[in-house]
Design a protein around this ligand. Structure first.
Ligand SMILES: NC(=O)c1ccc[n+]([C@@H]2O[C@H](COP(=O)([O-])OP(=O)(O)OC[C@H]3O[C@@H](n4cnc5c(N)ncnc54)[C@H](OP(=O)(O)O)[C@@H]3O)[C@@H](O)[C@H]2O)c1
Length: 278
């Protein structure tokens, strides 16, 4: 199993619980030292020696591609891919390849990594892709296709919500494209969870964060539905769904728009420079 962004928060908690269940777990982390430290701690806490960190910066196609090559050199199949890594940037920043960083990290990275690992997922008896989205996607009234990277009208929350809506649309499209492939693809909202993601830089975000933290649950609790979707036989055949807690729920209206899903898919292939393989 692979968990991206497993150095803290929900990803760290999910990786530990999956390891406790006996899985071989790869922590895909952008910072090698933090990744190694998390792997050491999880091995010690669970007694599972099959936990290791590998470097993967999901905001970088080069890093993802190198990770996927190395993963497939070491392992002959992949049962579970948890696309969990995420950020919220109060101010607009670009990656070295010129893509808005929230979009690159929270959405495009999952799109590229999943494509890069399809061979390994297909080699599993039953592959599962789990996309950690957010209920915040509901606050987005439309996908700004003419300005996906929010050059015109950036806010940290808007960029975050857009990336999470895109991740759900990707989930639905991919699930359909893989319908015959023994690979399930689902998205989830983990709840409001105490973690490092809440930025403290801008006042309105500080106030929002403080309010959220009043009702937030632990990272371990936030990992509940990730672990459920990764391991439960109950959801072995469930695909193309959005989960809130352990229940399927409808996501926002715009995420079901078929033309929008296809448009996003095509734009993502283009941005990621991936040939139309599916
Ligand atoms: N917390 C909530 O209330 C909440 C609600 C809804 C959805 N979510 C989603 O849950 C997921 C996990 O977030 P969290 O709350 O657990 O936050 P967190 O504690 O900040 O964890 C985020 C993880 O993502 C990693 N990451 C960030 N950018 C990365 C990159 N470019 N490449 C690889 N890893 C990267 C971070 O690594 P570093 O240690 O290197 O920074 C960290 O391990 C996110 O997708 C978030 O949007 C959270």
């Amino acid at each position: 199993m692979i968990v991206t962004g497993a150095t803290s928060g929900i990803g760290r908690a999910a990786a530990e619980r999956l390891a406790r269940g006996g899985a071989t777990v790869v922590l895909a982390c952008r910072d090698a030292q933090k990744g190694d430290a998390a792997a050491v701690a999880i091995r010690a806490a669970t007694g599972n020696s099959a936990v290791r960190a590998m470097t993967c910066d999901v905001s970088s196609k080069e890093s993802i591609d190198a990770f996927a090559v190395e993963f497939q050199r070491r392992f002959d199949h992949l049962d579970v891919l948890v696309n969990n890594a995420g950020i919220m940037n109060p101010r607009r920043k670009l990656t070295p390849s010129g893509i808005e960083e929230t979009f690159a990290t929270n959405y495009l990275g999952a799109f590229i990594l999943t494509h890069a690992l399809l061979g390994a997922l297909r080699a599993s008896r039953q592959g599962r892709v789990i996309n950690v989205s957010s209920a915040g996607h509901r606050d987005l009234s439309r996908i700004p296709f003419d300005d996906l990277q929010l050059v015109q009208n950036y806010s940290g929350v808007r960029a975050y919500n857009l990336s999470k809506a895109a991740l759900i649309m990707f989930t639905y499209t991919l699930a359909e494209k893989l319908a015959d492939a023994r690979i399930t693809v689902n998205a989830l909202h983990p709840g409001i969870v105490r973690s490092n993601i809440w930025p403290g830089e801008l006042l309105y975000l500080r106030i929002g964060s403080a309010l959220c933290k009043l009702i937030a649950v632990s990272s371990d609790k936030g990992a509940d539905n990730t672990v459920y979707l990764a391991t439960s036989p109950e959801v072995a055949g469930v695909t193309g769904k959005y989960f809130h807690g352990l229940r399927e729920k409808r996501s926002s209206r715009i995420t079901y728009d078929r033309a929008g899903q296809q448009r996003l898919w095509d734009l993502s292939l283009e941005l990621a420079a991936i040939p139309a393989a599916l």
